[in-house]
Design a protein around this ligand. Structure first.
Ligand SMILES: [Ca+2]
Length: 213
């Protein structure tokens, strides 16, 4: 069952507090793709900035951390000018684990102010698994949420999927990321045409990110 927008706003405010602590902690600057050549578990892929009509979910960078027990995918946005100037829309992170099979095997589907779902996919479509997808985490996802700076301005979205039996067991992965900005939360406004952005292109995969400890 979907949560109300108000409940999600309350959850977001909680996440903001966590995000501030994280920002004040040991968050290091994004790595560069050069790390991939060194077999690092942490790789950052860049997308062009300013390549989408509405800026709030303009994908700037996507950082993938691929460790033996977890996979973390963080999608960076440019931020917003106003406190609580949040977007409405969605973030989709697709995961490829088998190169020979067409399309992704898994996806994480996050609707702003509604729900978050980790699910298998068929031809880029979500195949929802109820036990995995009750909001926000299900049994396969350790954490998922949007984070902002201390003035409550959106900065990034991250989800963390656990590598465990009957959830996600892949070693190397590659990702494809899409965002769609459908409007604004406060005051509520729906755009006549949603604004889509993609990490380099629709259904375009990154390089493979090896699993490393
Ligand atoms: Ca972009």
């Amino acid at each position: 069952m979907k949560n109300t927008r108000a409940a999600w706003l309350a959850r977001f405010v909680g996440l903001v507090a966590v995000g501030v602590l994280g920002t004040l902690g040991a968050e290091s600057a994004p790595a560069t793709t050069a790390d991939a050549a060194a077999g690092s578990s942490r790789v950052t892929f860049a997308d062009e900035s300013g390549d989408v009509r509405k800026p709030k979910l303009d994908i700037r960078d996507v950082r993938v951390v691929n460790k033996p027990d977890v996979l973390k995918v963080r999608v960076y946005f440019p931020g917003v000018d106003q406190t609580y100037g949040f977007p409405t829309g969605a973030v989709m992170v697709y995961l490829d684990t088998v190169e020979a099979r067409e399309g992704p095997e898994y996806g994480h589907f996050m609707d702003f102010w509604s729900d978050y779902r980790f699910a298998p996919t068929e031809e880029w479509s979500e195949q929802r698994v109820r036990a995995w997808s009750h909001s926000p985490e299900g049994r396969c996802v350790a954490d998922a949420g949007v984070k902002s700076d201390r003035k409550s301005r959106l900065q990034w979205f991250e989800y963390v999927v656990l590598k465990r039996d009957r959830c996600f067991e892949a070693a190397a992965v590659r990702v494809a990321v899409s965002t769609v900005n459908t409007g604004e939360l406060r005051p509520f406004k729906e755009y006549r045409k949603p604004a889509w952005d993609y990490l380099t292109g629709e259904h375009e995969w990154t390089d493979w990110v090896p699993q490393a400890s």
